[in-house]
Design a protein around this ligand. Structure first.
Ligand code: ADP
Ligand code: MG
Length: 404
């Protein structure tokens, strides 16, 4: 996928509506609200610095959390403005709304290099219905949209698809990198291409797994997702977390994930691809831990499988090391507990050694890599959750259409 490039666009001295990806949780520290993590803000600095160099006026638009059309103190954008200002070492003026005459006047008074941060667009109920009049109002007084809201690009909201109906839009440098890296996986990955899937739920990831299976050479499965595949192989899992049945609340459809895992395994076989499932696991009853060969014995009834075992780790390590492209989403075990970290640690260490592209996605996965490794050692950290998985599933993200 090729997007219209910011650097090929005439932006000098324009008033930019900058669609930022700053949907970030805030935490209270010594009575002050702060963003819990500034990775998404740091990721936008190249775009913003470029626009500043071009003497633009920058008006920043985004949403935070789910305030449902009401003003909610903890979802205000003040902590985001404060952190951005610190990182840019420049004032970022925060205003109390995103539309209206007061804001319009502020924008008309802006000078080159000024940055204005709007209030959470979700304080207006019209945002989530992609209301056209509201979308138009968001565009008033601006010349061009620079779109970096990749984590929100799968949504059809006023601040995504809505504004794109009223102003020309180009991709920001952050969004461009996300799309380039993820498209690379789907279009022309260096081979062997290994995909590592772990974490809690197969339901979140199944469509991405199916689509990646077409491109990948090998899929390594760990975490609780592996439990579903182990169950599909007829293994006994005791009290392990296994997402077996799932009711889709919107479609009211019941899905059997064990059947889905079986169908993925047969699809892989027909494509001549390898899906590698743990042969040994670390189990615990909450007090003790032990390693079992899951191909020979089941998990006892009060015990849970919480990490991949040493034989599986060794296998994963060797495959990762021989790969030219590695993508991971989902930790290999309950990595927040040091007893169940070794599986994830193995992957963190192996991916560091890879000569080629290494891409990390998912909030818990990034956290695990950051705490137990150094994010600088990998080619790309994908900062979108749902949007990354939908992109990898091969779906069209509505907000990207206007940028092609
Ligand atoms: P990401 O946020 O990176 O997409 P997920 O949210 O899918 O990852 O998965 C992370 C969660 O999965 C963590 O809370 C972790 O404790 C849990 N998890 C991983 N392996 C297991 C397991 N074997 N049993 C129970 N929970 C697990
Ligand atoms: Mg998660």
């Amino acid at each position: 996928m090729k997007l219209r490039n910011l650097k090929e666009m005439e932006v000098t001295e324009k008033t930019i509506l900058y669609r930022a990806p700053y949907d970030i949780d805030v935490i209270e520290k010594n009575g002050v609200l702060e963003v819990s993590d500034d990775m998404r803000i740091r990721a936008t600095l190249p775009t913003l610095e470029y626009l500043l160099k071009e003497n633009c006026k920058i008006v920043i638009l985004f949403y935070v959390g789910r305030p449902d059309g009401k003003i909610v103190e903890k979802f205000k954008t003040n902590p985001h403005a404060k952190r951005l200002s610190e990182l840019l070492n420049k004032p970022v003026e925060k205003v109390d709304d995103c539309i209206g005459s007061v804001i319009a006047e502020k924008i008309s008074e802006m000078k080159s290099g000024d940055i204005l941060m709007l209030e959470n667009v979700r304080f207006h109920a019209e945002e989530m219905t992609d209301d056209d009049a509201f979308s138009k109002e968001l565009c008033e007084g601006k010349d061009l949209i620079v779109f970096d809201g990749f984590p929100q690009a799968h949504r059809m909201h006023s601040s995504t698809t809505g504004i794109e109906r009223h102003l020309p839009a180009v991709a920001g440098l952050y969004l461009e990198k996300e799309v380039a890296m993820l498209s690379g996986l789907l279009e022309n990955p260096g081979r062997p291409f290994t995909v590592i899937i772990g974490g809690a739920k197969i339901s979140d990831k199944v469509e991405a797994i199916r689509n990646l299976l077409k491109m990948a050479d090998t899929i390594l499965v760990g975490g609780a997702v592996a439990n579903v595949f182990l169950k599909a192989q007829g293994r006994e899992l005791g009290s392990s977390f296994v997402e077996d049945v799932f009711v889709d609340k919107v479609k009211r459809e019941k899905k059997d994930w064990v059947e889905e895992a079986k169908s993925i395994l047969s699809l892989a076989e027909s494509l001549g691809k390898e899906v590698i499932i743990p042969t040994d696991v670390v189990i615990s009853d909450g007090k003790e831990t032990k390693i079992i060969d899951i191909t020979k014995e089941g998990v006892p009834s009060e015990w849970m499988a919480l990490d991949i075992g040493p034989e599986t780790r060794k296998k994963f390590y060797d495959i990762i090391l021989k790969s030219k492209t590695v993508f991971i989403n989902g930790p290999m075990g309950k990595a927040g507990d040091s007893r169940f970290l070794p599986g994830s640690q193995t992957v963190i260490d192996a991916m560091k050694e890879v000569v080629g592209e290494t891409i990390i996605a998912g909030g818990d996965t990034i956290d695990t890599f950051r705490k137990n490794g150094n994010l600088e050692n990998y080619s790309h950290i994908s900062l979108a959750g749902g949007a990354t998985l939908e992109f990898l599933a091969g779906k069209e993200l509505p907000a990207l259409k206007a940028l092609e």
